[in-house]
Design a protein around this ligand. Structure first.
Ligand code: SF4
Ligand code: MG
Length: 314
């Protein structure tokens, strides 16, 4: 049962729904325990919407989201409260979600308090432990958000997610706003998190070099569809979809491992309110043939856990 998320387009005085933006249209994938899955694509591809639907920040239009086999949209309020702390989200800009007047230690502890997960007197120690794990120290506990740099704020964002001991983390462009040197530090923190906490993460990014560092599997989205999905090395060494090839062409490779064909993307991503027919990529694809505008390619299994939706691969 594939995930769908349509946003209604409301027009006129009566705000009648006259169409839908198909932000996420038939997307399906499974995250395994302990796995880091990268979701990539240009902005407007629907990748953030997938993440937000999983944490229920956005409702879905159709399909199912199962967490440990349970449809989280079918849960009653009480059961949902149990599941909520287990799925945590990390945003691009942690500053916007931090209250400027609350000391960061308290802000991190707040979630524990809200969920009643730890006796009050133990919270400070637990916060200090998580701050330490995230590369901050006890001297940071009583400071306010504005006293921190961008990288430190992201460490705070990660600490706040981690303190609830989640089983799944959704990270939406968590390093995109940071300087490259700081990015590397935060990526290392994510690595440490993978190695020591055994949790699964969905890592949403438009930056393929970040994804290559962290993810064991990668899904590529275009206009609300998954167009390719494969283990990391398959995506980077044997990309099959022209859109994946185009994204890879834009990444500078320090050591060219494999000679890859380069595809330059022309034009902008079309509006999801009015997506092209057939293969949605046909308006930008250098290999498009007549069939491509007419028939939507199936998302096919080509072996080794590699899936692709393209008529060229048929
Ligand atoms: Fe290009 Fe056609 Fe493949 Fe779409 S189906 S990616 S238009 S070749
Ligand atoms: Mg986004």
């Amino acid at each position: 049962n594939r995930l769908k998320k349509y946003f209604p387009i409301k027009t006129g005085l009566l705000q009648r729904t006259t169409g839908y933006v198909r932000a996420v249209d038939d997307v399906s994938f499974t995250l395994l325990p302990g796995e880091t899955f990268g979701l990539v694509g240009e902005s407007g591809s629907g990748k953030s919407t997938v993440g937000r639907a999983i944490v229920r920040l956005a409702d879905k239009t159709g399909g199912e989201i199962k967490f440990k086999g349970i449809d989280i949209y079918g849960l009653k309020e009480g059961d949902l409260r149990q599941v909520r702390p287990k799925i945590q989200m990390i945003f691009q800009d942690p500053y916007s979600s931090l209250n400027p007047r609350i000391r960061v230690g308290d802000a991190i502890g707040e979630a524990l308090l809200d969920h009643g997960l730890q006796p009050k007197e133990e919270i400070r120690d637990r916060v200090l432990e998580v701050l330490g794990f995230c590369g901050l120290s006890s001297s940071h506990y009583d400071r306010y958000p504005h006293e921190f740099s961008g990288g430190q704020r992201q460490r705070i964002g990660i600490a706040r997610a981690l303190i609830l001991q989640p089983d799944l983390i959704i990270a939406d462009e968590p390093v995109s706003a940071l300087d490259v040197s700081i990015q590397a530090q935060i990526i290392n923190l994510f690595r440490k998190l993978q190695e020591t906490q055994g949790l699964a993460s969905l890592f949403i990014s438009h930056d393929l070099s970040v994804v290559e560092h962290l993810c064991s599997r990668v899904g590529v989205m275009y206009l609300g569809n998954l167009v390719e999905m494969a283990p990391r090395d398959e995506i980077f060494n044997r990309p099959l979809h022209p859109y994946t090839k185009a994204l890879l062409s834009a990444v500078p490779i320090p050591i060219p491992r494999i000679k890859r064909e380069r595809i330059l993307l022309k034009g902008e991503i079309p509006s999801p309110a009015n997506p092209p027919s057939g293969c949605k990529f046909h308006t930008r694809c250098p290999y498009a043939k007549e069939e491509c505008a007419e028939r939507k390619p199936d998302f096919r299994d080509v072996g080794s856990g590699h899936y692709v939706a393209c008529h060229l691969v048929d």
